[in-house]
Ligand binder design. Sequence first.
Ligand code: MN
Ligand code: MN
Ligand code: MN
Length: 277
Amino acid sequence: MTQLRADLHMHSHCSDGALSPSQLMQRAKENGVELIALTDHDTTAGLEEARREAETLNLSFVNGVELSSRWGKIGVHIVGLGFDAGHPAMLELLERQGERRRSRNQQIEAKLAKIGVVNAYAQASELAGGEPGRPHFAQVLVEQGKVPDVARAFKKYLGAGKSCDIKLIWPPMAEVVEAVVAASGVAVLAHPAKYGLTRTKLRALIGDFASAGGEAIELVSGMQPSGVAESLALLASEFNLDASLGSDFHKPGAAWQELGGATHLPAGVRAVWQRWH
Ligand code: MN
Ligand code: MN
Ligand code: MN
């Protein structure tokens, strides 16, 4: 059986991606994608444009979003799929996520001011064309001559535990999963292998995720070492979860993953998209 070519994780310029929602849909179509979800960080602003373009291209489209949360002290991303974007539970969650992001950005600006970076929030907002994220602040550090490149900005100032890093501000994972479910969506645990957890911790995380109402995990996220999908498939089966996958595409030319490039699910898993396709 040929597998459906799906890509259920990607970012547009509505969050930290480089392309517009329409450009993403066009690029995915060119790459042979058949079912797609746009999953910007904590915003659904691009969904309408993406859906319209997908319809024009005859590409099956599912609403998506990538939500920041925390599991204990660990930052965890939850992808919401197929939800009602106008549902009060989703609107309220996104409003609170936005407030958290703005509050964090004000704190980052205050930290950066202490090392002589001026007007960081405004400059980062301009670069972002909206609410900035850490990569935009990193760019500000480069533009103000504090560091030679973005990588150095994270390494010296903005990365975890560095002087201008603001610790986790996100709501508990269960709360985020519950909001997605309340909005008639499917909650998917994003890139489970990327949290740096031991197998024991990862099992505990997935167990808590499933108990909260989570229904699927990403077995494939961008480029990953061989064996990761198969190993995650065992956990999906243990907790009776569906399988999802996505490129986590952010911009062309990155040595990461092209749109539609992550398509292979291990044998024997239940694909999350069976409910939409
Ligand atoms: Mn991102
Ligand atoms: Mn993520
Ligand atoms: Mn992502």
